[in-house]
Design a protein around this ligand. Sequence first.
Ligand code: G4P
Length: 173
Amino acid sequence: MSAAKILLDRIQRDGEINGEVVKVDQFLNHMVDPVLIHLLGDDIAARFADRGVTKILTAETSGIMLAQAVALTLKVPFIYAKKKRPITMPEYFAAASYSFTKQESTTLYVSQEVLLSTDKVLFIDDFLAKGSTVKAVEEIVAQAKAELVGAAVIINKSTRKDVESILTLADLG
Ligand code: G4P
C-alpha cells in the first residue's frame, strides 16, 4: 500500500477534517506514531535520494519528527530552526514568518555554525498552509548562501506546486 493511502486511511480512522483544518494529533503532531512517521519519511527521502542533499532543515516543533525520519534515511544531519534565540547562538540567520493558523508572528533562527554556504538543503515540515514558513526558510537559506534543493511536507494545503507532499487538500476532499 502507498504511503498516501496509509495516511489517508489513518486520517479517516483517527483524525478529522474540518474544512481546511486537518486534526492529526492522535498520530502526527501531538501523540506521534513513530512507525507512520518513518514510513512517510522514507517515502519523501526516496523522492530526493539523488539530489545531493547535505542537510535537512525544518522549523520547531511539529516538523522535527519527520525531519529526523527523512534525515535518517538520507544519512544526513537535520537542523531545526528555533523560535527563540538562545544565548549560545551569537551569530545567526533569521527570518520572520506569520502564522495565519495561529495568528501570530514568529522569527526563525538558525546558527551560522550549522548552515554553511556549501550546503544543499531540503526543507521538511508537517503542513504547508499559507507558505509563510517555507518563505522564511527560503530567506534563511539565501542568507547562508546555501542552495535549497527542494521542499516537502506531509500535507500541502496550499496551491504551491513546487513543494512535494504525501497528500494535498484535494486528496482529503
Ligand atoms: P504556513 O507556515 O504554511 O504559512 O502555515 P501557518 O503559519 O498558517 O500554519 C502553520 C502552523 O499551523 C504549523 O505549526 C502547522 O503545524 C499548523 N497547521 C497548519 N495547518 C494545520 C492543520 O490543518 N492541522 C494541524 N493539526 N495543524 C496545522 P507551527 O505554528 O509551525 O507550530 P508547531 O505546532 O509546529 O510548533
